[in-house]
Design a protein around this ligand. Structure first.
Ligand code: SF4
Ligand code: SF4
Length: 375
């Protein structure tokens, strides 16, 4: 049996192929959900005081129903599914759900507070084919606001560093009512030390609007961004994030309800976790017409929205519709030492977004479609 380094390398290649394919599909067509967030149970084993996403009593969504929902997402052409809660690890058949998503060729990510992780559970998640895991950690030591603490979770992170065949990303929210914004930096440094990814977001209120953060918190965010040096960082290249940090609104179109959908525990489709209640139609009855209509519907909450996964798909749409303008906005002339997008992103963008194409672009586009199995 190959060692973990070899298994990780093989899975990394496979994941990269499928992620490039996701981008190519999004650039090729505006008519399918790129990202879906799906709740597997509303129940959580913790009770963070700032959270409006959990209860203490709901049962897990039955596996037969989860399978039906996964199959319906695949039929709508969804390319990536993020499993969320409540606490995802409270679902006793989580691995079956993950395997079902993978069986359709979709990318599968899970969000967890990490409390219920064990070596055995990590190995089961490997086997099921999990693509990525995000763990939220709020502080260094537990306090009255949040128990999601580095002190409590460090052993789990060490197990993940040793056994997980999927990338693990530690996410902290600055301004989440935690006493010390510098905690987020300590958490990010520990993640880096263990070879795990890290990022920090900005706290938003239950409607998805940003809450003001002070200069101290901003400095922490900037330092965390400097810690992780990927070729391309969405946080670093998100043209709307800077405005939000400075308290200014953004002029963008939110495609939620079409390009990004949120499915609650009752199987209803909502725009996002912050805007539950719209359009609140059962996933089983959600159609291409719904996707097309909701993608185009203006959302009054957009100017101050902090839901970055929806920003991400909106940027892909912007690149497809108006590549030159979007790329200039996304990647202003790089200053010395500043990151450029990775070559595959630039090549795919050029191939799929140009309206008037030369013969060589056309040939490249055809070859890419064939390699990505999209022709
Ligand atoms: S662990 Fe997550 S879902 Fe549970 S209460 Fe805290 S923030 Fe909410
Ligand atoms: S703008 Fe879109 S993603 Fe943001 S809160 Fe509103 S509906 Fe949700």
């Amino acid at each position: 049996m190959p060692g973990i380094a070899m298994r990780r390398a093989v899975r990394r290649c496979n994941r990269l192929y499928r992620e490039v394919r996701l981008v190519a599909q999004a650039l090729k067509s505006p008519r399918h959900p790129v990202f879906a967030h799906m709740v597997v149970t509303r129940r959580c084993n913790l009770a963070c005081t700032y959270c409006s996403e959990f209860d203490t009593f709901s049962k897990p969504v039955p596996i037969e129903e989860m399978v039906r929902r996964v199959d319906r997402l695949a039929a709508l052409g969804t390319t990536a599914v993020t499993l969320t809660g409540g606490e995802t690890l409270l679902h006793p058949q989580l691995e079956e759900i993950i395997a079902r998503i993978r069986s359709h060729g979709m990318i599968v990510v899970m969000i967890t507070n990490g409390y219920l992780l064990s070596v055995e559970r990590i190995k089961k998640l490997n086997k099921a084919g999990l693509d990525r895991m995000q763990i939220s950690i709020d502080n260094v030591k537990p306090d009255a606001v949040s128990m999601k603490s580095l002190k409590v979770l460090d052993q789990k992170l060490r197990w993940l560093a040793e056994h997980a065949e999927f990338p693990v990303h530690i996410h902290s929210v600055v301004g989440a009512g935690t006493a010390e914004p510098e905690d987020a930096l300590i958490i990010a440094k520990r993640a880096t030390e263990l070879g795990l990814g890290s990022s920090a977001g900005i706290v938003h209120d239950p409607t998805g609007h940003i809450e003001p953060i002070d200069q101290r918190s901003r400095n922490v965010l900037e330092e965390i961004e400097r810690l992780s040096k990927p070729l391309f960082s969405f946080a670093r290249h998100n043209p709307w994030r800077k405005n939000l940090l400075e308290g200014r609104p953004n002029d963008w179109h939110c495609p939620a309800g079409g390009r990004h959908i949120y499915i609650c525990e009752n199987g209803l489709v909502h725009y996002c976790m912050a805007q539950r209640g719209y359009p609140a139609k059962p996933l089983a009855e959600y159609t291409q017409e719904d996707i097309d209509r909701e993608s185009k519907t203006p959302k009054s909450c957009a100017p101050y929205c902090t839901i970055f996964c929806v920003h991400r798909v909106a940027l892909l749409d912007r690149i497809r519709e108006n590549p030159r303008e979007a790329l200039v906005q996304l990647f202003p002339a790089p200053e010395p030492g500043q990151a450029k997008p990775p070559l595959p992103v630039r090549a795919l963008t050029a191939a799929f977004s140009s309206q008037k194409s030369s013969r060589s672009t056309e040939l490249f586009r055809k070859a890419a479609l064939r390699i990505l199995n999209l022709h």
